[in-house]
Design a protein around this ligand. Structure first.
Ligand code: DAH
Length: 343
C-alpha cells in the first residue's frame, strides 16, 4: 500500500492546475468522498496495527499535499482574476501629476509692460511683421540713403515689382499705421517681434521683441514723456530706480534721447554690468518729428507727441538677471521651467 501512496504523491506533485474546472476535477478525483484519498483511508483501516504507523504517516502527507495543491490553485486563480479586474481604474490611487507648463519670460515681461501702460490709458495696437519700406522707414523720416535700410541690417523679403517688402526692423512701423488710421488724441503701445541681420551672440540676435509707445495730442511736451517713463520704470523695477536722459539721434524724433536707469545689479555703485557707471541704457525716445506727423496726415502745427521704443529682452534680462540673450530662443526646458512661479 505504501508504494501506491507514494506513486499518488508523485502524481500530485506533477500536476499543475490552471482553470477553475481543473481544480474541481482534482478535488473530485483525490479529496471527495468517493475520491482516491478517502478510498485509501478506508483501505488503511484494514491494515494490521504494526503497519499503520508508517503507512498512516505517508497517507497524511498525501492528503496534506493534495489539499495544499488545491489552496495554491485557488490563490493563483484569485490573483489572475484580480489582474483582469484591474482594467477598471482604481479610483483610490493618487492621480498622475499634471505637468503644468510655464509662460515664456518674454511673455511674462511683455504682459507686465502692457499692464503698466494700460493703467495710464495706453491701448495696445499691432501691425504686420512683414512691412513695406514706407511704414518701416520712409514715413519715419529715414533718408533714402540711411544705413539702416542697407541689406546689412534689414532682411528683405523677395518681392515683385517696385514694392520693397521687408521684415520690420522696429515696432516704430506700428506708430505710422496707427497715425494713418486714427485721429489724435492717440495713446498707444505696440509690443511685437522685430528682425535685424545681426550676428547672433550673448548680446544680439536676429530676432527680438520691442515695445513702442506713442502719445499724440495738443500740447504734449518732453516733460510728459519723462514723467511717463519715470512712472513705468518705478512700476517695473521698484521705487528706488532713478532715470537719466542723454541726447541722441533718431530720424523720427526731434529732440531725441536715450534713457538710462540705475543699474539693478549694483544699485548705482558701479559694477562690470554697468561698466562702472552705475547706469544702464534701456530705451530710445523723443518728440515725434513734424515730418513724421505730416507724413501720416496729422497737422504738425496743431499737434505734438512723444514716442519711445525699448527691447523686451533687455528689460527681461535686467529683471531676472539673465546674461545671455540666446537663452530666450533656444527653448531649453531647464531655462524655461525656472519661470513656473512667475505669472
Ligand atoms: N525704433 C528705435 C530702435 O529700434 C527705438 C526708438 C527710439 C523708438 C526712439 C522710438 C523712439 O519711438 O522715439 O532702435
Amino acid at each position: 500500500m505504501e508504494d501506491k501512496i507514494n506513486s499518488f504523491l508523485e502524481e500530485i506533485k506533477g500536476i499543475t492546475i490552471q482553470a477553475e474546472e481543473e481544480a474541481e476535477q482534482f478535488r473530485l478525483k483525490y479529496l471527495s468522498k468517493k475520491g482516491i484519498i478517502t478510498a485509501l483511508f478506508d483501505e488503511f483501516k484494514t491494515l494490521p496495527p504494526e503497519l499503520r504507523k508508517t503507512t498512516g504517516k505517508i497517507l497524511n502527507e498525501l492528503k496534506q499535499a493534495a489539499e495544499a495543491k488545491l489552496v495554491e490553485a485557488k490563490a493563483v486563480q484569485n490573483s489572475t482574476s484580480n489582474t483582469q479586474n484591474s482594467k477598471l481604474p482604481d479610483l483610490s490611487l493618487p492621480p498622475d501629476p499634471i505637468n503644468l507648463g510655464s509662460r515664456h519670460p518674454i511673455s511674462v515681461v511683455r504682459k507686465q509692460m502692457t499692464d503698466i501702460f494700460n493703467r495710464i490709458g495706453f491701448v495696445v495696437s499691432e501691425g504686420p511683421e512683414i512691412e513695406d519700406d514706407w511704414h518701416n522707414f520712409g514715413a519715419l523720416n529715414f533718408p533714402a540713403d540711411h544705413p539702416a535700410r542697407d541689406m546689412q541690417d534689414t532682411f528683405f523679403v523677395e518681392s515683385e515689382g517696385a514694392d520693397k517688402w521687408l521684415l520690420r526692423t522696429h515696432t516704430s512701423s506700428v506708430q505710422v499705421r496707427v497715425m494713418e488710421n486714427q485721429k489724435p488724441p492717440i495713446r498707444t503701445i505696440s509690443p511685437g517681434r522685430v528682425y535685424r541681420n545681426e550676428t547672433i551672440s550673448a548680446r544680439a540676435h536676429c530676432q527680438f521683441h520691442q515695445v513702442e509707445g506713442l502719445y499724440i495730442d495738443e500740447g504734449v511736451s518732453f516733460a510728459d514723456l519723462k514723467q511717463t517713463l519715470y512712472y513705468f520704470v518705478q512700476e517695473m523695477f521698484g521705487d528706488k530706480i532713478e532715470i537719466r536722459f542723454r541726447p541722441s539721434f533718431f530720424p523720427f524724433t526731434e529732440p531725441s534721447a536715450e534713457m538710462d536707469i540705475t543699474c539693478l545689479i549694483c544699485e548705482g555703485k558701479g559694477c562690470p554690468v554697468c561698466k562702472h557707471s552705475g547706469w544702464v541704457e534701456i530705451l530710445g525716445c523723443g518728440m515725434v518729428h513734424p515730418n513724421v506727423l505730416d507724413n501720416c496726415k496729422i497737422d504738425s502745427t496743431k499737434y505734438t507727441g512723444y514716442a519711445f521704443g525699448m527691447g523686451i529682452e533687455r528689460i527681461t534680462m535686467l529683471k531676472f538677471r539673465i546674461n545671455d540673450l540666446r537663452l530666450f530662443f533656444e527653448n531649453d526646458m531647464r531655462f524655461l521651467s525656472q519661470f513656473k512661479s512667475v505669472l
